[in-house]
Design a protein around this ligand. Structure first.
Ligand SMILES: Cc1cc2nc3c(=O)[nH]c(=O)nc-3n(C[C@H](O)[C@H](O)[C@H](O)COP(=O)(O)O)c2cc1C
Length: 313
């Protein structure tokens, strides 16, 4: 067993570093010149619907220098059929550990896409994207505990692999939504998707993105992600958490693990440094050696033990 092995329930990962949905093309083919996909803990695909989605009008991305990105892609994707026929065989050849991220415009669409995946092998889990800020109604399922419960409950009835649920930070109390997903049988919680944001163009005197509001990602959202993982771990210490939001190097990833995440996902960092994920894996190995850990999982949630009883939340 390797020092970096970790797990989410029965799902085993060779290391805790995964690629985040939508930040590495459809399924990371573009990153193969830089490293072997099988060296990662896993790859999460772009959100895939039952049919192709065209996405939002351009421009879709604004850089917020030093802080990250504001995007409004609108879940453009080629659909699950295209993915299973054209991308999944390549991922199998590469021995990649694949998690399929699925999305729908309604409960029925989520069910249809999950049912479709059941005809295929070569992936280990599903990630339900309940949390896209860039499509109309995209946040409904992750802002209303009843809707979240119904969706996760219906998907759990049909899914044949573990179901991870990716939630939005754009809520008052994340633990209400986490509770609904856990009660419905979710196998793990992915925290967080992008934070609602807006940029203004001083020359056009209008919002830079045609839909005005977009999803903010990158270094600036790391404290928000950590806070939500902190709150979730405190209330549900046995629920597996996958942390995502502003992770650019091994130090960031270590903070997420100490805070309570079992695994991490690397997103916006891939656009700046395509090798970020692989460098994080090697940084985690160094940390284990320097701090004489026999397994990286020893540090999961450790920050909670070292915090004063009176600390907030
Ligand atoms: C350009 C872009 C596209 C994204 N597309 C998706 C998507 O299709 N599905 C999804 O669940 N999350 C999507 N995300 C959210 C990321 O997976 C991640 O949750 C978020 O960006 C926070 O992590 P980061 O700060 O490391 O980027 C996207 C993010 C970006 C920047």
């Amino acid at each position: 067993m390797s020092i970096l092995n970790t797990h989410i329930g029965n799902l085993q990962f060779k290391n805790p570093v995964l690629l985040a949905s939508g930040t590495c093309g459809i399924a990371a083919k573009e990153l193969t010149p830089y490293f072997n996909l099988s060296d990662l803990g896993g790859i999460v695909t772009k959100s895939l619907g039952i049919k192709p989605w065209v996405g939002n009008p351009t421009p879709r991305v604004v850089e917020i220098p030093g802080c990250g990105l504001l995007n409004s892609i609108g879940l453009q994707n080629p659909g699950i059929e295209h993915f299973t026929k054209n991308e999944l065989p390549f991922l199998k050849e590469q021995n990649a550990n694949v998690i399929i991220n699925v999305v729908g415009e309604s409960l029925d669409e989520y069910i249809e896409v999950v049912n479709y995946t059941k005809n295929y092998s070569g992936f280990v889990a599903l990630e339900l994207n309940l949390s896209c800020p860039n499509v109309d109604g995209g946040l409904d399922f992750s802002q209303d505990p009843k809707k979240a419960y119904t969706l996760v409950n219906e998907i759990k009835k049909i899914a044949t692999v573990p179901v991870l649920v990716k939630l939005s930070p754009n809520v008052t109390d994340i633990t209400d939504i986490v509770k609904a997903c856990v009660d419905a049988g979710s196998d793990g919680i992915v925290l967080i998707n992008t934070v609602l944001g807006l940029a203004i163009n001083k020359w056009t005197k209008k919002p830079t993105l045609p839909r005005a509001v977009g999803g903010y990602s990158g270094p600036a959202i790391k404290p928000i992600a950590l806070r939500m993982i902190w709150q979730t771990y405190k209330k549900f210490p046995n629920v597996p958490i996958i942390g995502v939001g502003g992770i650019h190097n091994a130090d960031d990833a270590i903070e997420f693990l100490l805070c309570g995440a079992n695994c991490v996902q690397v997103g916006t960092a891939n656009f700046i440094n395509p090798k970020a994920s692989i460098e994080i894996i090697s940084g985690l190995k160094d940390y284990c050696e320097k701090t004489k850990l026999s397994s990286i999982s020893e540090i999961i949630g450790q920050a909670h033990e070292k915090t004063l009883a009176g600390a907030i939340h």
